[in-house]
Design a protein around this ligand. Structure first.
Ligand code: HGY
Ligand code: MN
Ligand code: MN
Length: 428
């Protein structure tokens, strides 16, 4: 197999990245949380851009945006590429947006240079991946691949109490549960629902978000697997009381208890060693005022490992240890599992194709495990799926400091374009 040399205009992708970064809430970096006005403007802007570049554009029931180049073999499955439009709070301009800008640029280039593909090829901007606004993640790809069936929209609310359903309605998306229902509802009612069973392959281009490639001086990472992940909300209940009149020995302080729980978690994670990681990224004390002992605390946990058994083992032992600490302090705990994803292996055959093209393009590369979660992990059980990484400066991501150089971004774009050519234009 010898792919034609790809000289994709990286400037088109870099310009699009800058244009997308403007759609942000005020504050450092880029903040584009799901179903916020800035998110909606970004998705609308992208639709217009895709249409201007000659793609057939549509938005599904949860707000995923697709731009399609229709293939000449209508029965063939679709080749999908892209990433997520949402960001973390005060994130960077590359996480997610890079995969979208590159997908749009690659499709435009392919059509200009090679005409109509055999198989339909689509660029996608998933509505949400990060779990930054609502206590679930992968809302975009999860609805496409069947992790969710849309019913979660009515029960899941952000910290202000706004449900996904009402946030969607405010964006002009899917008004009622029947519009977000299962494939059966869509089949009988003919509505546009997110679930897709027509995807033949998914390739996601992303910044590494870690320091492996930079330290090794390599241009490309080819992802062999994505780590499994558990996310929990933990509620700690004690007693609210007066900060001045309650002796230390008579307190049931939920915040002091939470502190002990989290230090125990840090110690357990350090003892477990790499690649286990455990994080509390958010904690709220109630009532949250200086002269009142907090009677209630809620915090999040994010725990990851590349091996399913090791992840399960750590989580179950940790929760048991938490119960022991809480009992000793007279506190009660309530756990909610918000996310449980298994480690996701990428497709070996696709990865071999990527390695072959990377060699042809003269790129230095390695295969690697992703500690970060990605939309690709939802597609891995559904269709041949792979991911391409480019280096992140100093391994920094989920930060306004996130950066990859134009040359690094261009190298990823060229590799993505070439694999899309193989998948969409070549007779199989
Ligand atoms: O949390 C993650 O790993 C991803 O960046 N959403
Ligand atoms: Mn991210
Ligand atoms: Mn991402």
């Amino acid at each position: 197999m010898n792919a034609p040399a790809m000289k994709v205009p990286a400037q088109q992708m870099l310009d699009l990245l800058e244009e997308l970064a403007v759609f942000s809430a005020p504050g450092p970096g880029v903040s584009r949380l799901l179903y916020t006005p800035e998110w909606l403007k970004a998705q609308r802007f992208l639709q217009e851009r895709m249409a201007a570049l000659g793609m057939k554009v549509r938005t599904d029931g949860v707000g995923n945006v697709y731009g399609r180049i229709t293939g000449s073999q209508p029965a063939a499955k679709v080749i999908l590429t892209g990433s997520h439009m949402d960001t973390v709070l005060n994130g960077g301009k590359y996480d997610g947006a890079y995969g979208i800008a590159a997908a749009v640029t690659a499709l435009h280039y392919l059509r200009q240079h090679f005409g109509q593909p055999l198989r339909t090829v689509e660029a996608v901007a998933f509505c949400e991946e990060e779990g930054s606004r609502f206590p679930l993640a992968y809302w975009g790809s999860g609805n496409v691949t069947g992790l969710y069936d849309g019913s979660e929209a009515d029960s899941c609310a952000d910290s202000a109490g706004v449900t996904i359903a009402s946030a969607m309605a405010a964006c002009g998306l899917a008004g009622g549960p029947e519009d977000r229902g299962s494939a059966a509802v869509a089949d009988s009612a003919g509505r546009d629902i997110p679930l897709r069973e027509d995807i033949g392959a998914f390739v996601e281009l992303h910044i590494e978000q870690g320091i492996v490639l930079e330290q090794a001086g390599l241009e490309i990472g080819i992802v062999e697997a994505i780590a499994g992940q558990r996310r929990y909300s933990v509620k700690v209940a004690g007693s609210t009381n007066h900060a001045g009149t309650t002796p230390m020995g008579l307190r049931r302080d939920a915040l002091a208890g939470a502190a002990e729980l989290l230090l125990a978690m840090e110690q357990a994670a350090a003892a477990a060693g790499d690649p286990l990681v455990a994080t509390c990224g958010k904690l709220e004390a109630v009532p949250g005022t200086p002269n009142v002992i907090p009677g209630e605390v809620e915090f999040t946990l994010d725990i990851r490992h590349s091996e399913a058994v090791a992840l399960e083992h750590f989580c179950s032992r940790l929760l048991a240890a938490f119960e022991g600490i809480a009992a000793k302090r007279g506190l009660t705990l309530q756990f909610t599992v918000n996310l449980a994803t298994s480690p996701a292996p990428m497709n070996t055959g696709l990865n071999q194709q990527l390695e072959h093209i990377a060699r042809q393009q003269g790129r230095s590369f390695r295969s690697m495990v992703s500690g970060a979660g990605h939309d690709a992990q939802l597609f891995a059980p559904v269709c041949p799926t792979s991911m391409i990484f480019v280096p992140s400066r100093a391994g920094i991501s989920h930060s306004p400091e996130e950066y990859s150089s134009p040359d690094e971004l261009a190298a990823g774009l060229n590799l993505l374009t070439a694999i899309l050519y193989e998948l969409a234009y070549k007779e199989s």
